[in-house]
Design a binder for this molecule. Structure first.
Ligand code: R5P
Length: 300
């Protein structure tokens, strides 16, 4: 079956890279926001017959960016799926490299919505065939769906990049206990016996304020602090400061999705990080590592 990849507005670089890896045709979109705030998107084709009977791969991160917030990105994604369904695509594959609202997977305070789970239910109900996300915050929300849903692991390519920087005597540090299992898996990519440790992080559910504690044995070690998301950089910056206080030599701030909002870059670098490393799930300057090959391998 012929395949066409639709490069969503939020994944322009990654979308093209995946299409190149798969050696398939790709098309872009025309998108705008109407004066009343509603979103508009059109797949940039002149003839709907181009979509009919084909396997259509839609790539769209739903993270915030200069040209649209996550709500706009999510709506654009739903519209693209709806459009290719209406145009009789034979198979619909959706790739959401960064899945927005992924951290709203639990009820922290009475009266909240589990919105991450609802987004999965909406996508699952749209009759798509396959959905791929990358290092989603809470993979358990992907259980019990009709569609085939895969959580792609970006650790190998991120570790390869850190190794290429010449890091040695590595300790992988998780910024909280919740990230420990992920950090253990990440450490395996640096060698069998690479140590892993973690700080204790507490976040006030009302104010969002973070407190972190711990004294680790990091003297003269190169530290890789790994997390799924860097948002405002508060978590990462605090973990970097504590690592430096524990004697760390070089510190690499690594996250699959480095959103780098507000003062995040300043906070992380001024805390003592040597480099901020993210993937092209988010189109920004931290996207040192491409997910294209990894995603293409899953699709093959
Ligand atoms: C939270 O559990 C996530 O894994 C990240 O640690 C968090 O989203 C980072 O947010 P920020 O950069 O604002 O501290």
């Amino acid at each position: 079956m012929d395949k066409i990849l639709i490069v969503g507005p939020a994944s322009q670089i990654l979308g093209i890279r995946i299409a190149h890896e798969l050696s398939i045709k790709y098309v872009n979109t025309e998108f705008k926001t109407f004066p009343d705030g509603e979103n508009y998107i059109r797949i940039n084709i002149e003839d709907e017959a181009l979509i009919a009977g084909k396997e259509i791969i839609i790539v769209q991160s739903t993270g915030p960016s200069s040209s649209g917030n996550q709500n706009a990105r999510l709506f654009e994604l739903l519209m693209m799926i709806d459009a290719v369904k209406r145009m009789s695509a034979k198979k619909i594959v959706v790739i959401i490299p960064y899945f927005a609202y992924g951290r709203q997977d639990k009820i922290f305070r009475p009266g909240e919505s589990q919105f991450a789970n609802l987004i999965i239910r909406i996508l699952d109900s749209m009759g798509i065939d396959e959905l791929y996300v990358v290092d989603i915050h809470a993979p358990e929300i992907l259980e019990d769906t009709f569609s085939k849903i895969t959580n792609i692991d970006s650790m190998e390519v991120l570790a390869d990049y850190v190794k290429s920087l010449g890091a040695k005597d590595i300790v992988v540090v998780a910024p909280d206990k919740g990230a420990l299992e992920r950090s253990k898996a990440f450490a395996k990519h640096f060698g069998e016996n690479v140590p892993v440790d973690y700080f204790e992080k507490k976040r006030d559910v009302k104010t969002g304020e973070i407190t972190m504690s711990g004294k680790l044995s990091l003297k003269d070690k190169d530290i890789v602090i790994s997390d799924d998301i860097i948002s405002t950089g508060g978590t990462m910056a605090t973990a970097i400061k504590l690592s430096k206080q524990s004697g760390a030599s070089r510190v690499y701030a690594v996250a699959t999705h480095a959103l780098l909002l507000q003062n995040a870059k300043y906070r992380i670098l001024s805390a003592g990080a040597d480099e901020i490393i993210g993937t092209d799930s988010i189109d920004n300057e931290a996207a040192k590592v491409s997910l294209a090959k990894t995603i293409a391998n899953y699709l093959k």
